[in-house]
Design a protein around this ligand. Structure first.
Ligand SMILES: C[S@@+](CC[C@H](N)C(=O)[O-])C[C@H]1O[C@@H](n2cnc3c(N)ncnc32)[C@H](O)[C@@H]1O
Length: 266
């Protein structure tokens, strides 16, 4: 190789490495900006039952409309995360114009690195493959009970807790709603009233529960920390906090009894 060729190869190699490093720090958008119609944004926030106690994160926040509506129309606080700096500036100006500048924050950031601590509601208008890449982060970082609403795109085999259609002037939109489930899988000791402890084995796939109570097969469901299990004629309902569940057991015709369970093994 001549010295000139070697120099050219070095320049190309450094250029490619430089671009890769730049892309890592400032990745391009995973999807381009298309705005959710205002009426559909409002419906997303209604589906999530947003209140003034909520902190709404819109991941890929575009011109900021969902976050601004959450603050202006529902009294919530909001965080918009957007990779396009021009849209971040547009959002900040729009928030000031709407009089909610002190209740919302817009971050110029890749949504895949955003710290989701504190979010109680997450809104998305991305794409199905982007949702799927984001799914593990949502399940890992969001507290049980956090509500997630996605405009038009689902989360693959994580079934929504609710699906709602809403019409805009142009078309029909689908809103998918999930509640982040508590982690309930493991071996539990379950006790109904003053009865003997029985072993409860729970398997979990997203919000769906399976397993056994003693020899009886069970089915169940989680909605955030709320657990409901059916074991034959017995229904167990309770709240899961870490390794404890407290609630009530009821069987057809009988008075409800106290139900407790503690996890012996994950
Ligand atoms: C379809 S728009 C939705 C905008 C807004 N959420 C709405 O519903 O009107 C998606 C937005 O996500 C932004 N985006 C795409 N990839 C992103 C990423 N990795 N991190 C942050 N924002 C991203 C795009 O720039 C675009 O503004």
């Amino acid at each position: 190789m001549t010295a000139r060729r070697a120099l050219l190869a070095l320049v190309v190699t450094l250029g490619v490495a430089g671009c890769a490093a730049l892309r890592e720090r400032f990745p391009g958008p995973d999807i381009l900006f298309v705005a959710t119609p205002e009426a559909v944004s409002l419906e997303m926030l209604k589906v999530a039952a947003v209140t003034p106690q909520d902190v709404v994160f819109d991941l890929g926040s575009g011109d900021g409309r969902v976050v601004i509506a959450a603050a202006r129309d529902f009294g919530a606080r909001g965080v918009g995360v957007e990779i396009d700096p021009k849209l971040v500036n547009v959002s900040r100006d729009a928030a000031l114009a709407a009089g909610v500048g002190s209740r919302v924050t817009f971050l110029w950031q890749d949504l895949f690195v955003t710290d989701l601590t504190g979010a109680t509601v997450v809104t998305l208008y991305l794409r199905d493959d982007v949702n799927l890449r984001l799914r593990p982060k949502l399940l890992r970082e969001l507290a049980p009970g956090t509500r997630v609403v996605s405009h038009d795109f689902d989360m693959g085999d994580w079934e929504p807790d609710r699906v709602q259609s809403v019409r805009s002037r142009e078309r029909e939109h689908r809103l998918y709603f999930w509640v982040i489930p508590a982690r309930a899988a493991g071996m539990w000791q379950s006790r109904v009233g003053e009865g003997e402890a029985a072993s409860l084995t729970l398997t979990q796939e997203f919000q769906k529960l399976g397993g056994t109570l003693g020899a009886q097969r069970i089915t169940g469901r989680l909605r955030g920390e709320r657990v409901e299990i059916t074991a034959g004629a017995l229904t167990l309902r309770g709240m899961a906090h870490g390794d404890r569940i407290e609630g009530e057991a009821s069987a057809a015709g009988g008075a409800p009894q106290r139900w407790t369970a503690h996890r012996a093994q994950h």
